[in-house]
Design a protein around this ligand. Structure first.
Ligand SMILES: [Ca+2]
Ligand SMILES: [Ca+2]
Ligand SMILES: [Ca+2]
Length: 397
């Protein structure tokens, strides 16, 4: 199985290598126990371009993969190719088999990353509409040249019909948006999305790349909550009936997901080298009161390395990825429990595990999809996703 050597989210390969050695003692998680149940690798599909996000449709019949389209020049600064990204649509078969429907189902995006399914309908968006992040910093030309004009920075959320691919609306997160008024600057690297049961939308902004622009814009990273009653108005460029709420997090948050059991909004941090994260890869659980106050509670866990996307099983087990380890890993946090590493069978190497998604099968077992961002890999359209099957007793071994 072909695997890549440079797999991570770094500004420059040299900085990465210099920093990597220093972090590995923390992030390889020697002290993190192995989860008692293994994940069975049932499919590896290498037809993507730096896949960052995976998302099943609401009915589980289709899988969407965001091709983040990093440029492939390790000697140049990290950057998403402006307009080079896309979202692929696949049909999900029995046992985790996948059939490509359309590699460029949604196209001409810049740095599409995390996605989420809207689970309640609004006037504008039917239930099942897919929301995806786009327009993130730092941007580059296909040859890796950084894009430095701030007016080209257009962070946004797009909403599309999973059947037709029609774009149903966009929420602007840029310099003229309500978000910039609330936090003090536009969103920078819009990394992941999640909905809670009521349909409120959560966004994490990693806060990486804003200083590529000349001049750099003012930036404050963290977690956003868009109240459900404001989604349609924001997508129509109208004043929101309820303002977006913001909880700053200076530690480069990457993933967000809502626990189906506790309703807590979990986020994690990725610590992109050479930046310093005081928590060295932390996890937080935010509640409604935290968003009302705009203050982050103490972390649940720290020192987990460079965490990327996360998801929950329907029974409340959190599954996330760690993208800076030797090797990279999948991290399991049982409901009310401590982090563990997931052993895989066969023991494949993950080439940059990013924003995962989980589908529950009819017998209660799960399919976990791990897209593998292969940063600064010079060959597009051969990057992999790995599909992992987890048995029905996975949550209660
Ligand atoms: Ca991510
Ligand atoms: Ca996710
Ligand atoms: Ca490649």
């Amino acid at each position: 199985m072909k695997r890549k050597t440079l797999t991570v989210f770094s500004i420059m390969a040299v900085l990465f290598l210099a920093t990597f050695l220093g972090y590995s003692a923390v992030s390889n998680g020697a002290e993190i126990p192995t989860y008692p149940i293994k994940g069975k690798v049932v499919n590896v599909l290498g037809i993507f371009d730096n896949p960052e996000g995976a998302l099943f449709s609401m009915d589980g019949q289709y899988l969407f993969i965001s091709n983040s389209a990093l440029h492939g020049h390790p000697d140049k600064p990290f950057g998403w190719v402006e307009g080079g990204g896309s979202i692929s649509k696949l049909e999900v078969g029995p046992g985790g088999s996948l059939k490509l429907i359309d590699r460029h189902f949604i196209k001409d995006l810049t740095g599409p990353l995390g996605m989420a399914v809207m689970n309640v309908g609004t006037n504008k968006f039917p239930r099942g509409t897919i929301f995806a992040t786009a327009g993130s910093a730092p941007m580059a030309l296909p040859d890796g040249t950084p894009i430095t004009e701030p007016e080209r920075h257009k962070p946004k959320i797009i909403a599309f019909d999973p059947g037709s691919g029609n774009i149903l609306g966009k929420i602007c997160l840029g310099a003229t948006s309500i978000f910039a008024k609330v936090s003090g600057g536009p969103l920078s690297l819009v990394n992941a999305l999640a909905f809670d049961k009521a349909g409120n939308l959560y966004i994490v902004d990693t806060g990486f790349g804003h200083d590529t622009y000349k001049p750099a814009f003012r930036y404050v990273g963290g977690t956003w909550k868009i109240p459900v009653e404001s989604i349609d108005a924001l997508a129509e460029g109208k004043p929101a009936p309820s303002r977006p709420q913001f909880v700053p997090n200076p530690s480069w948050p990457d993933g967000v997901e809502v626990s189906p059991i506790t309703g807590e909004v979990w986020i994690n941090t990725v610590m992109p080298p050479p930046l310093e994260d005081p928590y060295k890869g932390g996890m937080w659980a935010l509640r409604a009161a935290d968003f009302e106050k705009g203050v982050q509670p103490p972390p649940l866990f720290t020192g987990l390395g460079r965490l990327d996307g996360l998801d929950f099983t329907v029974r409340g087990t959190c599954i996330q990825t760690e993208i800076g380890g030797t090797p990279n890993s999948v991290v399991v946090v049982p409901l009310g429990g401590r982090p563990h590493k997931l052993a895989l069978e066969p023991d494949v190497e993950l080439a940059g595990p990013a924003d995962v998604d989980i589908k529950t099968l009819a017998d209660g077992s799960y399919l976990l999809v791990v897209p593998e961002l292969t940063a600064l890999d010079p060959t597009p359209w051969d990057d992999e996703i790995t599909v992992i099957w987890l048995p029905a007793n996975f949550d209660s071994p």
